[in-house]
Design a protein around this ligand. Structure first.
Ligand code: UD1
Length: 414
């Protein structure tokens, strides 16, 4: 089946490219990218006197780490040194492995136990030793500001910043803040928000502003850059409409199962699938696709280091509603079927998805309602009803904050 939308998509990408280039140039003080890259290289070599050090705590999950990396890239591009504090979890190592020019330091992963849990003593000890280590780092590098991206892994670094009297910031990318951010918000200097809706959960008098959720520079550029062939990279057919399945940084069992049970119906509507399963479900999902491989074109991966290319092939996405995933879908204007993780803290994924749903930038389906028929019908509508698709694409683009990382870097540098 030919995909009549492909040509339009490329044309849109081209005009979007020009718009984005203008926007990014404005965001980086009007300098074109080649000039900026050259200057970044020169800055790193000559170590200008204005060079500073920043600490970004972004461990625990891809949703903290990737926005932290996006801010670090901007600061590094401006000639500063950045240390990214990540956790010892496998996902952090996996995500960091593709960013060799950045400096990462590992801290133990901390999750706050229930108040009277026997684990509380270990948690307090963990915070205490993290605090000491972060203070040493801050003194050693004469850090100018600390940024916490959420989670208890950022609690000690931000507190250390406060105690060392350097500027402290937190960023919350969700519609409802996490426990750690609510606590850290009490003593940090400024709260930066991914969604405006999140502001109501923090003290009214506290300095806060909505900047969006930062997206890595490789993805920002790929949203407009068309030199590398993404179809060839994933061995997919450029003539077929493509469904991207992504369950956040660690995969989503509920979403994976729903797709595994819908393969025949999805095959019947002529869609090809790029399925990022997460490491846990990879083998099971490969087995689910195996008998269908002749009929259904697919690419199944445990983890994808080229999300820039993945979003470029996607005509529609089936995704969890983690904040970075949403920010990236918006950046690429990918219409989405959003299936919130039902057990996320304070049901924040439902609230994230509801914002996109209300704006017409995606459609939310509860995991319990995700039958093969419903899933296939929604995918079919998005690939066959051009008007419906284009409306959602435009609304998704409207939710993008391409300058989020720049705004946060500006705040840290100010
Ligand atoms: C279950 C849960 O509570 N998830 C939370 C977690 O999500 P999680 O860690 O899943 O993060 P997000 O959905 O926000 O982002 C996933 C990130 O991983 C990247 N990626 C993903 C898969 C892959 O193969 N390669 C890759 O690079 C994506 O491009 C994206 O940048 O932190 C987010 C930020 O607080 C929250 O909004 C999510 O609700």
């Amino acid at each position: 089946m030919k995909n009549p939308r492909k040509k339009n998509k490329q044309q849109r990408q081209h005009s979007q490219h020009q718009k984005q280039q203008k926007s990014n140039q404005a965001a980086s003080h009007g300098k074109p990218v080649e000039q900026r890259q050259k200057q970044q290289g020169e800055a790193a070599l000559s170590k200008p006197p204005g060079k500073r050090h920043y600490l970004i705590a972004c461990g625990g999950t891809g949703g903290h780490l990737f926005p932290g990396i996006a801010v670090a890239e901007i600061l590094q591009g401006r000639g500063h040194d950045v240390t990214l504090l990540i956790s010892e979890k496998k996902i952090d190592a996996l995500a960091a492995s593709n960013h060799s020019t950045l400096t990462f330091e590992k801290m133990p992963f901390l999750a706050m136990p229930k108040p009277w849990s026997p684990k509380m003593a270990g948690f307090v000890m963990g915070v205490w030793s993290g605090l000491k280590r972060c203070k040493d780092l801050i003194r050693k590098h004469q850090t100018s500001a600390v940024l916490g991206m959420g989670g208890f892994t950022s609690f000690a670094p931000v507190l250390a910043g406060k105690q060392c009297k350097v500027k402290t910031f937190i960023h919350d990318s969700n519609a409802v803040p996490g426990k750690a951010n609510k606590l850290t918000a009490r003593f940090c200097d400024e709260i930066l928000l991914g969604f405006e809706e999140c502001g109501q959960f923090f003290p009214e008098k506290k300095a806060k502003r909505t900047v969006g959720t930062p997206v890595r520079s490789a993805l920002l550029w790929a949203a407009t850059e068309t030199s590398e062939d993404p179809y060839a990279f994933f061995n997919l057919n450029r003539e077929l409409p493509t469904l991207l399945v992504i369950g956040g940084s660690q995969g989503a069992r509920g979403v994976n199962n729903a797709v595994a049970h819908s393969l025949d119906q999805l095959d019947a509507i002529g869609v090809q699938i790029l399925h990022i399963t997460g490491p846990g479900d990879y083998q099971e999902m490969r087995d689910a696709y195996a008998p269908k491989e002749i009929r259904l074109r697919s690419h199944v991966a445990a983890f994808c280091h080229r999300m820039d290319l993945a979003y470029r092939v996607a005509d529609v996405a089936l995704a969890r509603s983690g904040a970075s995933t949403l920010a990236e879908l918006a950046t690429f204007g990918v219409p989405s079927i959003l299936v919130p993780y039902p057990y996320a803290a304070d049901d924040h994924q439902t609230k994230n998805a509801a914002i996109f749903d209300k704006a017409g930038a995606g459609m939310m389906i509860k995991e319990t309602d995700l039958s093969p028929e419903e899933l296939t019908e929604q995918v079919r509508r998005l690939i066959q009803d051009k008007e419906h698709h284009d409306k959602m694409e435009a609304a998704a683009r409207g939710m993008a904050h391409p300058k989020a990382a720049v705004a946060i870097a500006d705040a840290l540098e100010a």
